[in-house]
Design a protein around this ligand. Structure first.
Ligand code: AMP
Ligand code: MN
Ligand code: MN
Length: 323
């Protein structure tokens, strides 16, 4: 399939490259690495993401090329969808993007639906950036410092700094090569982990305060409401990573409920929530997320749901009974 993808890319003219909403380091890293590499093939590209880029990733090279609008859909002959288990993950444009003649699906989620025409799906890859790295290598495109920084950041963040269960040999091997190309690990770490705003630290305080543990101690749950974001002045895109504070000794599944900020309020106090799930490696949270209409990986998954907060919390706490 890789050869077919390369052959197709070489014959493409105008390529839309996109990733999931509320992008993380892997989504943004793979988007930029892919875009900069296709520049070398003199391809016209649009780098698109529906959401704002979290402040901690705005240091990435060419990050300003990521736009929130696309050209008329009929001007694209190819779309590359990165780090998305299903096409809907790209957000409101998914049905329009579907009209692009050839869709290339590059991903590492176990719940990937195999959407699109050409697939590069490897669930054993630690990050979408690992797959993009291999594709760039196969295309014999030289990896410069800008591309290397994007790849390094994607792998660093998706593996939780080489701590999560998806950390594999390739993570170290590729990052070693990226450092040899000129990436400064300290500088990247400073941007990604060392530049948290005061508002985020205040939000962390509220998040920790919201912590609830199921009676059997196997499930932890934190809740972030829109009011908390407003009170602390935190942008919704800047809460990535807070769920890791709910990973507590003996807890098998950590949950973070985040009220969505799109202002849509359904009848009877129902609101839109994003729920992030992390497991200690003994529970398949992708299966739980899938049950609720989402997806992800064995140890990190998520879903979006419209509900009242109390109903949602009740349903989640109940999950502890099957753990
Ligand atoms: P998050 O909960 O946003 O931290 O995401 C954890 C993992 O689950 C990531 O790999 C996401 O791509 C995936 N994920 C999150 N939300 C969804 C969703 N609504 N549908 C499918 N996959 C999701
Ligand atoms: Mn991602
Ligand atoms: Mn990823």
């Amino acid at each position: 399939m890789t050869d077919q993808i390369i052959c197709h890319l070489k014959n493409s003219d105008h390529i839309l490259i996109t990733t999931h909403t509320n992008p993380d380091g892997d989504a943004i890293g793979s988007l930029i690495a892919m875009g900069l590499s296709l520049d070398k093939l003199n391809k016209k590209t649009t780098l698109y993401n529906e959401s704002s880029i979290p402040a901690v990733y705005r240091f990435l090279p060419s990050v300003d090329r990521i736009v929130k609008n696309i050209n008329p859909i009929n001007t694209y002959d190819t779309a590359i969808i990165l780090d998305c288990g299903d096409l809907q993950r790209i957000g409101t444009l998914s049905s329009i993007v579907q009209q692009i003649p050839v869709i290339i699906n590059i991903d590492h989620h176990i719940t990937n639906t195999r959407f699109g025409d050409l697939h590069l799906i490897d669930t054993s890859s630690c990050a979408a950036t690992e797959i993009v790295y291999r594709l760039i290598k196969k295309m014999a495109i030289p990896i410069n410092k800008a591309i290397a920084t994007s790849i390094y950041t994607g792998i660093l963040t998706d593996t939780g700094s080489f701590r999560f269960s998806n950390t594999n040999k390739a993570a170290f091997k590729i990052c070693d090569e990226m450092v040899a190309i000129g990436v400064d690990p300290y500088k990247v770490a400073q941007h990604v982990y060392g530049t948290y705003s005061l508002s985020r630290i205040k939000l962390l305080n509220l998040a920790l305060d919201s912590l609830e543990i199921s009676y059997n101690g196997k499930l932890s749950m934190m809740t972030l409401t829109q009011k908390m974001l407003d009170e602390t002045g935190t942008h919704p895109e800047d809460i990535d990573g807070l769920i890791n504070y709910a990973r507590i000794e003996d807890v098998k599944v950590a949950v973070l409920i985040q009220e969505n900020s799109n202002g849509k309020v359904a009848p009877e106090d129902r609101k839109l929530f994003h729920v992030s799930l992390r497991s200690d490696g003994t529970v398949d949270v992708a299966a739980i997320a899938y049950f609720f209409g989402g997806g992800g990986h064995f140890s990190a998954a998520g879903f979006s749901i419209e509900s009242t907060l109390s109903d949602l919390k009740h349903r989640i706490i109940q999950l502890s009974e099957i753990l």
